[in-house]
Design a protein around this ligand. Structure first.
Ligand code: NAD
Ligand code: IPM
Ligand code: MN
Length: 356
């Protein structure tokens, strides 16, 4: 099994090192090859997604990714910014289905900013379409405003779009995921305003005919954002577009105690995947040794489950994380009175030690 390991920028290398340590402790002989990506890729070879890094990701059985981005690259032309690396990987590897499971470990009920009774027992799955929508739609850019009161001025614009096949395939993925869970799917859209999302809704309703055992409902994205903090446990599986999914999953992260707890899997049609925490490179805490590595470690568990078909090892990692949380160890983002505050590396070591 060949794993491409792409640590990236900011806290990326710190948290990926912990996940790599956990993978090495499983007793399997994974072949892990490291390559620079994001700002690190730009520094190494002038491009955020160097050709050799892309080739490695294409050839590997799975990709373990840290995070990319740093404020110092914000003035570069867009094609050279670190974020283009993750967007390019998603597009080139056709990773259209992004799974972001928001699970609250019982020990962290007090770490969430929401009341324990609102979040305890939380187990929802956000499925975010990842290769379409306004993220990739063309045309985009800055042009001369063609009409209206601002005619003749410069205007910035992007294109929101979804092809029928793109909506169908993510809808199938979502219905099938719901079938394996609580059999309830909420499709989140903005059909009351946007053509793209009326179209999305119509297609999801059509695909639903093939999954009569799944209860489907629809929710506007603004209401969904509110319901996620009002009564998150009412959801089972949520399916939504690329941009809404980006925003809602960060909101859902806080239900789990911290964004440092939310893993993700980005899959193609054959379950080849890229695994990364849902958070970014956290430049504000990079280099301090305090980032929470659990989202990345849990992403490695998802990699074992979805791409490498090593379910038992995935369970081992998840159980080790539970045991470590039960033992009271906490990085600062999930720290509470009465717990033991540890850094990134100590947390990684504790997970390794808790593996059975
Ligand atoms: P961020 O997710 O990096 O950080 C948001 C806040 O959460 C910060 O206060 C940070 O310290 C905290 N945080 C994030 N991960 C944490 C962890 N593991 N442990 C403890 N605290 C954690 O989002 P941002 O600040 O908006 O973006 C920073 C950079 O990351 C930007 O360049 C952005 O484009 C990039 N980014 C990259 C990815 C990715 O690589 N997939 C995802 C999101 C953002
Ligand atoms: C994420 C990030 C990325 C996104 C950025 C860094 C391109 O926020 O993975 O959630 O918007 O998809
Ligand atoms: Mn995001």
């Amino acid at each position: 099994m060949k794993i491409a390991v792409l640590p990236g920028d900011g806290i990326g290398p710190e948290i990926v090192a912990q996940a790599v340590k956990v993978l090495k402790a499983l007793g399997e002989s994974f072949e892990m090859e490291f390559a620079p990506v994001g700002g690190a890729g730009y520094e190494a070879s002038g491009h955020p997604l160097p050709e050799a890094t892309l080739k490695l990701a294409l050839d590997a059985d799975a990709v373990l990714f840290g995070s990319v981005g740093d404020w110092k690259y914000d003035t570069l032309e867009r094609a050279l910014r670190p974020e283009q690396a993750i967007l390019g990987l998603r597009k080139n590897l056709n990773l259209f289905a992004n799974f972001r499971p928001a699970i609250l470990y019982p020990e962290l009920a007090g770490a969430s900013t929401l009341k324990p009774e609102v979040v305890s027992g939380l187990d929802i799955l956000i499925i975010r379409e990842l290769t379409g929508d306004i993220y990739f739609g063309q045309p985009r850019g800055v042009r001369e405003c063609p009409d209206g009161p601002f005619k003749g001025q410069r205007e910035g614009f992007d294109t929101m779009r979804y092809a029928e096949g793109e909506v169908r395939r993510i809808a199938h993925v979502a219905f099938q995921a719901a079938q394996k869970r609580g059999k309830r799917l909420t499709s989140v859209d903005k059909a009351n305003v946007l053509e793209t999302f009326q179209f999305w809704k119509d297609i999801v309703i059509d695909v639903h005919k093939e999954y009569p055992d799944v209860a489907l409902d629809h929710m506007y994205v603004d209401n969904a954002a509110m319901q996620l903090v009002r009564a998150p446990k009412k959801f089972d599986v949520i399916v939504t577009g690329n941009m809404f999914g980006d925003i809602l999953s960060d909101a859902a992260a806080m239900l789990t105690g911290s964004i440092g707890m939310l893993p993700s899997a980005s899959l193609d049609a054959n379950n080849k995947g890229l695994y990364e925490p849902s958070h970014g490179s956290a430049p504000d805490i990079a280099g301090k040794g305090i980032a929470n590595p659990l989202a990345t470690i849990l992403s490695a568990a998802m990699m074992l489950r979805y791409s490498l078909k090593m379910e038992a090892h995935a369970d081992r990692i998840e159980n080790a994380v539970k045991a470590v949380l039960a033992s009271g160890l906490r990085t600062p983002d999930i720290f509470e009175e009465g717990c033991v505050k540890v850094g990134t590396e100590e947390m990684g070591n504790a997970v390794v030690k808790a593996l059975v």
